[in-house]
Design a protein around this ligand. Structure first.
Ligand code: SF4
Length: 486
């Protein structure tokens, strides 16, 4: 911000790093980095405990140390922590102040529109490009005359993202500065390492904990959809295990197939105990196709099992043959409502061949049904939920759960529809009455339900009853499971 930059007027780099007058600022700069690496949040007191100029100069010092440290993982942790801190301050600003700050930062241009914020669509796409799917998708936002309109909460969250991305891009420290202040920066770096070591038992631990957070921030990749083979090998990598080559190859090629660039993959490996940047970069860039003719395809489940990378399948794994199919299956809830409903119908009716008229009849019954529900869904007994047309929260046991693949042929077309589905019945604890449910195609929900069944525990579900037309021209009432709660 221009007002903060004024504090730097007349301050030289040598005085900033050497002068006793700036000792407090140097200490605050180090504290910024320590607290961001250890907790993910910058913990420094504002005025009157610390002088405002010292806080701002401390920020400059932290950036200098980061740029000279040449460790992108640290830069990223600090960027996320700084962005969270900024978000905290933005929450206290009036709407006009938010617009002024956003426009002064200059990465996106914003205009206030009543109590909402109007952003040019190109700015929005650039700023939200690394936020995970769902509501951040442009298609879920709505664009009018090239403008995306956001409410205050969403706008502040977007600002956090703008700041994070901006701070991840750190300029290289100029050579002469690096050389002139090598010793001083070295001292600062070792001071940070020492603090990390004392406080949290080693820099690598801090980095690896924070790395887990960093992967959640990876572009459009969502770790919750990844198969067990990916998650367990990643966990090993982050707990300091030297992964064998087949596991590294799998992680790299899997992420590359999901459009992660080499730099994002490099960041994951940066905390491996045997990390050597040039060697890892060579391998990663080769596998992701940056320095080879095309990216390598990730291995199939059979290969991963034979090379010891597969830790053993879960019930979804048993329906697929490739880890990418697993990931894609887990994106079912992102499909359009009508597509999801049609797939649920095909799976539930268990028909072999697509029958347009019959499907349309059932789809019409669903009307404008969607899978969302409000926070205050009423809790009901299962028997009462069955008689009530609204969504209900029910506590149930899973009496049957079977996962299997369904293939539906399309007449006159070589294509077919493939649906991995779970059929299930639910009941109240200690009751003999089972209630049939629509087949589940959302495996995010299905896997949690299966886990409850395996553990014989109760599980809370959001359900809604619906009537379905079966082939014999009869109607049948079943529960649609909307979500798992708790
Ligand atoms: S079966 Fe395939 S997807 Fe599942 S854990 Fe093993 S390798 Fe991964």
């Amino acid at each position: 911000m221009p007002s903060a930059s004024k504090i730097l007027d007349g301050v030289t780099l040598s005085s900033l790093l050497d002068d006793h007058y700036y000792a407090e600022a140097r200490a605050l700069g180090l504290r910024r980095l320590e607290t961001s690496a250890s907790s993910g949040f910058i913990d420094i007191e504002g005025p009157p405990i610390n002088d405002e100029s010292d806080i701002i100069l401390g920020y400059v010092i932290s950036r200098l140390v980061l740029s000279a440290a040449e460790n992108q993982a640290l830069v990223n942790y600090a960027a996320l922590s700084e962005a969270r801190r900024a978000e905290g301050f933005l929450n206290f600003e009036e709407n006009e102040g938010l617009v002024e700050i956003a426009n002064l930062i200059g990465i996106i241009t914003v205009e206030l529109h009543g109590s909402d914020f109007d952003i040019n669509v190109m700015d929005y796409v650039r700023a939200a490009s690394k936020l995970r799917e769902g509501n951040w998708k442009l298609s879920n936002r709505g664009v009018s005359k090239g403008i995306v309109t956001l409410d205050r909460t969403t706008f502040i969250r977007l600002m956090r993202e703008v700041i994070r991305q901006h701070l991840e891009d750190i300029p290289e420290a100029p050579k002469e500065i690096k050389k002139q202040f090598e010793g001083k920066i070295g001292d600062l770096k070792s001071q940070i390492s020492k603090t990390f070591t004392e406080r949290i038992g080693g820099l690598e631990n801090a980095v690896s904990e924070r790395e887990a957070e960093a992967i959640k921030e990876l572009g459009h990749f969502n770790i919750l959809k990844a198969p067990p083979c990916f998650n367990l090998n990643l966990l090993d990598l982050q707990s300091g295990v030297n992964l064998p080559h087949p596991a590294r190859f799998f992680i790299t090629s899997f992420l590359s197939a999901l459009n992660q660039d080499s730099e994002a993959v490099m960041r994951l490996f940066a905390t491996a105990p045997d990390f050597k940047e040039s060697f890892t970069r060579y391998q990663v860039e080769h596998i992701t196709g940056k320095t080879s003719s095309e990216p390598y395809v990730p291995p199939s489940c059979d290969t991963l099992a034979s090379t010891g990378v597969c830790p053993g399948p879960n019930s979804l794994c048993r329906l697929i043959r490739h880890p990418l199919s697993y990931y894609r299956t887990m994106t079912e809830s992102e499909k359009e409502n009508s597509v999801r409903l049609e797939r649920i119908l095909l799976a539930t009716l268990d028909i072999e061949e697509y029958n347009e008229k019959f499907i349309k009849q059932n789809m019409d019954n669903f009307g404008d049904f969607d899978f969302s529900y409000t926070d205050n869904v009423e809790s009901r007994k299962l028997s009462a939920a069955y008689k009530n047309d609204d969504s209900s929260k029910v506590k149930v046991v899973i009496s049957d759960f079977i996962g299997r693949s369904k293939v539906v042929e399309i007449p006159g077309d070589e294509r077919h529809i493939w649906i991995p589905k779970a059929t299930l019945n639910i009941a109240e604890m200690d009751s003999n009455t089972n209630y049939e449910c629509f087949s589940l195609t959302d495996w995010r929900v299905a896997l949690s339900i299966e886990e409850a069944q395996n553990k014989s525990t109760q599980i809370s579900l959001i359900v809604k009853p619906f009537e379905i037309n079966s082939y014999e021209n009869q109607t049948k009432k079943m529960f649609m499971v909307l979500d798992v709660v708790d």
